[in-house]
Design a protein around this ligand. Structure first.
Ligand code: ZN
Ligand code: ZN
Ligand code: FE
Length: 763
């Protein structure tokens, strides 16, 4: 172990007592040196013989409110003189060192004060301190000072000001600090109730089965009793959302333990400073309404992360509240989450019985983050509140700044500067003009906050995306170059960047839809990729996507394109008339386009197995297929499926690999008609697809010597498939790169786009 190191620690490491903690550790291990805040990271210069112990103690003993995303070390070769006694150095704000903190969940100390009748902030719905409270969502500009936040309109009372200026106080320099005398106030929209009365009334409405909207940190939630079928069902009707799972907020950890299976690592994250929604397996013995996530073994769960949430569950008015509340984003279908009273009144009032708002304005939208767990690590699905705008640290420093505008679905954009890329909060699906407007707003704000003026813009190759229009407009206004990046290449680059690996990889991009360089729909791609570009080495066997959007929603149409008429008739996929119309379109090439989308393939198989006929939300059919496979796996444990797939898995034509997925779906259809169980076939489908991936990687390794595989694209939210692929690849000696804190879905491609732009600019 080297005994002189520069250590950089990235994550939530500001204002959570991190530097004093480092100093204590250093003294304990006899380390000499310094620690300093450097904007988005803390830097330690250290020298000593017990360096290894010191290094491993940092993540193990880090302060409770901190969240370390990455530790990077390098040998300290410069001739820096380190002080004998370990020192905390005051941060001088260097050029280019900006730190915009994500919003931080209410800390345990503030929670204690909130429910302490003797505390002067007893039941104060906006209690916060130096270690917790809103940040990104109230910021106007940097540096982070009260006047440059939406708290600027609430002058501090003398007592709050005293705490704010007292270095010994928990609220020293806490910009949003306030109390009942000087802070914002709760109120019901279009009704007279204010303050505690407003809160009590909202609790009453929830308790009696009503639906309310509640203003949170990054937008409004729609909320109702999560144990009441009627309330949940009514919310589904009002929100036009028949099946898509609702996330819930549970009163406390005990409730979560009672309702769900909680892996150990998940507990820390549930209670941590970021409080994302975690996907957890439901217990059969729980009280949850089955309408929350119909047909889904898991549910999205979070714990209260603002004082208002805590008061919602525990306000001491003697009434008992449900311990599980639906907390779903308050937005009309397709549009971004509502942020202002005007939006709430217009869009949410028709969906609920009352709206609890407050006078602290939200400056930028931030939906709740959603994550699941893979191999004991977080596996991000939606990266937003609590994570945005924490940077992703890149392998190297780039000399130009870039804006990656992001994907058309699940849009998130990225700003890149130096060796860091900042992913924005989740914006939404760009088919809706309101989302486009939200993208414009958020992009301008993030540029300002992060002090990044992009020198180029990157966008998806698709000629008709709204994001493309935004990118073109920005490039023109700023007079900067614009680059197009193929969708699946951006996915793979994103995975590479997150793993700090930029040498050639075999990229497996399994996805819903992306525009290919040949103008067809891609989505089952095998790319040989590095930072400079990619070569398409193979794909799944193309099929005909007929009938545009309808085929994306109705998986049976995909199945019909891949199966003979007798088989589809026997399986009763669509009516004879519908099938005839479809076959006519295919025969005459009307409204048809070749596709290699694995997302659609999943839909097709799902339809063949009779699991679901159509998607009421994106990915519904694929998810059913995954659940069916997972359940089968649980049932049989290690016992093999007992049926074998003997057909050829892969073929090669003119140096291009085809995964023979059409033959696979035909075989599955035949077995289904022969009476084989859907569970077995669902599981087998996953296994054979994973075999194909691994076999393709082997063939490409033979040709190229590349031994690293990157797995990305929305289909890899399917952890059953991900695990099967990774296991096979590792068995064959591959190094496998997977996502963790950057989503595998389209919410992550902005990172790949941004990195591509940076590389192009540096050429
Ligand atoms: Zn606090
Ligand atoms: Zn005050
Ligand atoms: Fe995608």
């Amino acid at each position: 172990m080297l005994d002189r190191l520069q250590i950089r620690i990235y994550g939530i490491v500001q204002g959570v007592g991190f530097r004093p903690f480092v100093r204590r550790l250093a003294l304990k291990y006899g380390i000499r040196g310094t620690v300093c805040n450097k904007g988005s990271y803390v830097e330690i210069l250290a020298s000593g013989s017990r360096m290894q112990e010191f290094l491993s103690a940092i993540p193990e003993e880090a302060p409770e409110r901190s969240a370390i995303l990455k530790i990077r070390t390098r040998e300290l070769t410069e001739n820096v003189l380190l002080p004998e006694e370990f020192q905390i150095i005051e941060s001088e704000k260097d050029e280019g060192l900006v730190f915009v903190s994500p919003d931080i969940a209410t800390c345990p100390e503030c929670e204690k004060e909130l429910f302490n009748p003797k505390d002067r902030r007893y039941l104060h719905p906006f209690i916060n301190c130096t270690a917790c409270g809103p940040r990104l969502t109230i910021l106007d500009s940097m540096p982070y000072d009260r006047v440059r936040t939406s708290m600027g309109e609430f002058p501090m009372c003398p007592e709050c000001h005293r705490e704010y200026t007292d270095i010994a106080s928990r609220r020293y320099h806490a910009q949003p600090v306030c109390c009942r005398d000087c802070g914002p106030e709760l109120y019901l929209l279009n009704r007279p109730e204010r303050g505690d009365e407003a809160l009590k009334e909202i609790r009453r409405i929830i308790r009696t089965g009503g639906i309310v909207a509640i203003k949170g940190i990054g937008g409004f939630h729609l909320c109702c009793d999560g144990t009441c079928d009627e309330a949940v069902q009514r919310l589904r009707t009002l929100k036009h959302r028949p099946f898509k799972p609702f996330a819930v907020m549970m009163r406390d950890m005990e409730t979560v333990q009672r309702e769900c299976l909680v892996p150990e690592a998940a507990e820390t994250i549930l209670q941590g400073p970021q409080k994302p929604i975690l996907l957890l397996e439901k217990k059969e013995t729980g009280n949850l309404s089955p309408c929350l996530a119909p047909g889904n073994p898991s549910i999205g769960v979070m714990l209260p992360y603002t004082p208002v949430h805590m008061l919602l569950f525990r306000y001491p008015d003697g009434e008992s509240m449900p311990e599980v509340l639906v907390m779903t984003s308050g937005n009309p279908s397709g549009a971004p989450i509502c942020m202002t009273d005007e939006e709430a009144e217009k869009y949410l009032l028709p969906m609920c019985d009352a709206i609890l708002s407050n006078s602290r304005k939200i400056r930028i939208r931030a939906d709740d983050s959603v994550m699941s767990f893979y191999r004991n690590r977080p596996y991000m699905i939606r990266r937003s509140r609590g994570y945005a705008p924490l940077p992703t640290v890149l392998l190297k420093e780039y000399s130009h700044t870039v804006l990656g505008i992001g994907g058309e679905l699940k849009n998130t954009f990225a700003l890149l500067k130096g060796d860091m890329a900042y992913l924005s909060p989740y914006i939404g699906d760009m088919a809706d003009v309101r989302s486009v407007e939200a993208l414009h707003l958020a992009e301008a704000r993030m540029e300002q906050l992060l002090e990044i003026t992009p020198e180029c813009v990157t966008m998806d190759l698709h000629p008709k995306y709204n994001t493309g229009e935004v990118a073109r407009k920005l490039a023109k206004e700023k007079k900067i170059p614009l680059f197009e990046v193929q969708h699946h290449y951006a996915h793979i680059l994103s995975c590479m960047a997150e793993n700090e690996y930029m040498d050639p990889v075999i990229g497996i991009a399994f996805d819903g839809t992306g525009y290919g360089t040949d103008g067809t729909i891609w989505g089952g791609e095998i790319l040989l990729a590095d930072g400079e570009g990619f070569r398409r080495m193979g794909s799944i066997r193309p099929f005909i996507h007929a009938g545009g959007d309808k085929a994306s929603r109705e998986g049976w149409r995909i199945a019909v394109a891949m199966l003979p008429e007798e088989t589809t008739a026997e399986l009763e996929l669509g009516t004879p008339k519908e099938r005839a119309a479809l076959r006519f379109m295919m025969g005459n090439q009307v409204n048809t386009i070749p596709s290699t989308s694995v997302g659609r393939l999943f839909d097709g198989v799902s339809a063949v197995l009779g699991l679901k006929e159509r998607n009421s939300f994106e990915g519904e059919m694929s998810m059913q297929l995954q659940f069916e496979g997972e359940e089968e796996l649980r049932r049989r444990g290690d016992e093999p499926v007992g049926i074998h797939y003997e057909n050829q898995r892969i073929s090669e034509e003119e140096n291009f690999l085809y995964l023979e997925t059409e033959a696979l779906i035909q075989w599955i259809a035949e077995r289904k008609l022969a009476g084989e169980s859907s569970g077995k076939l669902a599981l087998l489908f996953h296994e054979v697809l994973a075999d194909m991936v691994s076999e393709a990687a082997l063939r490409i390794r033979e040709k190229t010597g590349v031994n690293v595989v990157a797995l990305s694209g929305g289909v890899f939210q399917n952890l059953l498939l991900l695990e099967m692929c990774q296991k096979r690849l590792e068995k064959n000696g591959f190094r496998v790169l997977t996502h963790s804190l950057v989503p595998a879905n389209d919410g992550g491609i902005a990172l790949g786009q941004a990195v591509y732009g940076a590389i192009q600019m540096d050429r």
